[in-house]
Design a protein around this ligand. Structure first.
Ligand code: AHR
Length: 620
């Protein structure tokens, strides 16, 4: 095919093309990004998931019992564990299905109540061999009737053979006043990204940092909405000291500690230079309950308070609270999404008739610079409101939707806030009943995603940005596959999916402007988008080949780019359509970059194989 790209006449794109969507699902935060190694560290339960001793084992003949003491550690953390017995007693935790032990500094802490004159022993142990991998004595500061925090560090000398390891905490019961002590909030962190206290797991942050996402949509997803109105994600219960965070039942079958709360999300944005796209609760829960119109103002005010907490000066009530929690400088919020998928579960009528308008009017009145997004495009959007569109489907349908945004209005920008090819081609499309989703993204699905992304890039003036979803999955406990990045307790096993490689290639070659093109072909099997990076002054051609019977020869010209100009051409391929990047496995995506030179009349000639994703960028 011959493609001629014009010099001008396209549109300026938004700067946010590719981002991340995060909500607590698949243990992506708890037992994932949030670097805490101790599972069920504070016995946080809820009516949905009552407090339990999950992940905890008594050491030797010790007895463990959950207690709701009259003076608990805090009203947010009312349940603690009593450890009793004779001689050396204690408890051990097997982490989030394993604990990674290597020669690095682990920072631990625990709260204990009761008079105790001895010392505690904190150890990392191999559950396979029983060997001690690291151990330290912690002198007791414990006194009767008070909760006292103790801190310790552990520095193993060697990397453990595997992640089948535990943290154990023991003491001499004969030196405790009544032979027992109460414990709560037992925590252990490895070194975190940027060494932030209460921070994030390094390998997963590295996988994101290498991808270079431009925005973060958080904190949901269904998890924002809650199963019930009272079960919603409450921003003000996720901030401040960990002792003040009660945790909550996620909508994904487990409890979250809220250790990764609103401030941690913002620090995550700071650390990776991502634009926050803040989702606020919109008066609707997954069970179909909607806040009545007469009662909605309180929830609108709650969202305004959340925005004041994030962006207000220290002279405001909530800005002062943020400063108290260590961030005197306000953050900037430019995008707010109202709710999540309010077109589902019977939510659309109340959303369209009063819920969205209540939030939109209040936020735009107080913060006119904020782009407010509805959580759907299935409604008439008021004023300058944008919308969020989600797509989960089979590869063929992603390809069919290549042109979806070509005729979309430029009055209401769209966020593609969740997309993923989830199920294999079946001639029909996604089946939400069997939900026969692949465990990992696979190559033909990633190529199909590339085709859809090209459709979005062609319209990148109207499309704010795109994110895969869900983004992370802990292979030891998950509810939804496939995901962009999969992992287990061993950072060396983390898998950057085939889709990660596609997004990485597109993201690293950002177009500041689209350019119009004419050609002698029709879309399929070749799909492409063309534009310019005005910062580096290079022309960009992005393409994907889906279901071709032969290589596709391309001759490409950019108006104003002459003979002899060189360009880098990167082509991604994989061994076959079903190749996947698996946890603990090797990367199957093959990336080859060659230099091509414009010949007579400035023509770049090359060919693209079937099931390939490619980017050509001219050198200035
Ligand atoms: O990404 C998983 C779920 O898919 C999200 O929570 C929800 O918004 C969508 O239905």
């Amino acid at each position: 095919v011959h493609i001629s790209v014009a010099k001008s006449g396209g549109n300026a794109t938004t700067n946010l093309q590719y981002g991340v969507m995060e909500e607590e699902i698949n243990h992506c935060g708890e037992g994932g990004l949030y670097a805490e190694l101790i599972r069920n560290r504070a016995f946080q339960g809820s009516t949905t998931y009552p407090s339990s001793l999950d992940a905890w084992t008594a050491v030797g003949r010790s007895r463990l019992s959950l207690q709701n003491l009259t003076s608990p550690l805090s009203s947010a953390l009312p349940t603690s564990v009593k450890v009793s017995g004779k001689g050396t007693v204690g408890l051990s935790n097997d982490g989030f299905w394993g604990i990674d032990v290597r020669p690095q500094k682990y920072s631990g802490s625990f709260y204990v109540k009761g008079s105790y004159k001895g010392s505690f022993t904190a150890s990392l142990l191999s559950a396979t061999s029983g060997k001690t991998l690291a151990s330290t004595k912690v002198k007791s500061k414990s006194v009767a009737g008070e909760w006292v925090q103790h801190e310790f560090t552990l520095t193993p000398k060697k990397t453990a053979a595997n992640t089948n390891n535990t943290l154990s905490l023991t003491f001499d019961a004969s030196k405790a006043s009544d032979g027992s002590l109460d414990f709560n909030l037992i925590s252990l962190f490895p070194p975190t990204w940027n060494d932030r206290p209460n921070g994030m797991r390094r390998d997963l942050m590295q996988a994101l940092s290498d991808l270079g996402p431009k925005f973060l949509r958080f904190p949901g997803g269904n998890n924002l909405e809650g199963d019930t109105i009272d079960g919603r994600w409450k921003w003000n219960e996720t901030i401040g000291p960990l002792t003040g965070r009660p945790g909550r039942a996620t909508t994904w079958g487990y409890e979250e500690t809220s250790g990764m709360g609103l401030v941690e999300y913002m620090e995550w944005c700071d650390d990776l230079g991502m634009e926050p796209i803040l989702a606020i609760w919109a008066g609707f829960a997954l069970n179909g309950d909607a806040v009545a119109e007469a009662d909605i103002d309180a929830y609108v005010q709650d969202a305004l308070d959340e925005l004041e907490f994030l962006t207000g000066s220290v002279d405001t009530k909530y800005g002062a609270l943020r400063a108290k929690y260590g961030h005197s400088d306000p953050w900037t919020i430019r995008y707010v999404e109202v709710g999540n998928e309010d077109n589902l579960n019977g939510g659309l009528s109340t959303y369209e008739s009063y819920r969205f308008a209540a939030f939109y009017d209040a936020i735009t009145a107080k913060y006119p610079h904020i782009q407010v997004l509805a959580s759907t495009i299935d409604m008439t959007l008021p004023g300058s409101a944008g919308g969020d569109y989600h797509l989960y489907d089979v590869p063929d349908n992603f390809v069919t939707n290549f042109g979806m945004f070509d005729n979309y209005t430029d009055k209401h920008p769209i966020l593609l806030g969740e997309i993923a090819v989830t199920e294999f081609n079946n001639g029909v499309g996604i089946d939400w009943n069997d939900k026969n989703f692949s465990l990992y993204p696979w190559w033909i699905g990633s190529v199909a995603e590339a085709v859809f992304l090209l459709g979005a890039e062609r319209n990148a003036d109207k499309i704010i940005g795109t994110t895969y979803a869900p983004y992370f999955m802990n292979l030891d406990s998950y509810e939804w596959s496939p995901t962009m990045i999969s992992f287990n307790a061993d950072p060396d096993d983390t898998a950057r999916s085939t889709s990660w490689h596609v997004y990485n290639l597109f993201n690293k070659n950002h177009m500041t402007n689209t350019l119009p093109a004419t050609w002698d072909g029709t879309y399929g099997p070749l799909y492409y988008a063309v534009g310019l990076d005005s910062v580096t002054d290079s022309h960009i051609f992005k393409a994907a080949v889906y279901n071709s019977t032969a290589d596709v020869p391309v001759s490409l010209t950019f108006e104003g780019v002459g003979r002899g100009t060189t360009a880098d051409l990167t082509i991604l391929t994989a061994p076959n359509a079903f190749s996947m990047n698996e946890v603990g496995g090797a990367n199957v995506v093959h990336s080859q970059t060659t230099t091509v030179k414009a010949g007579k009349k400035g023509v770049f000639s090359f060919s693209l194989p079937n099931l390939s994703v490619a980017v050509l960028t001219t050198n200035a």
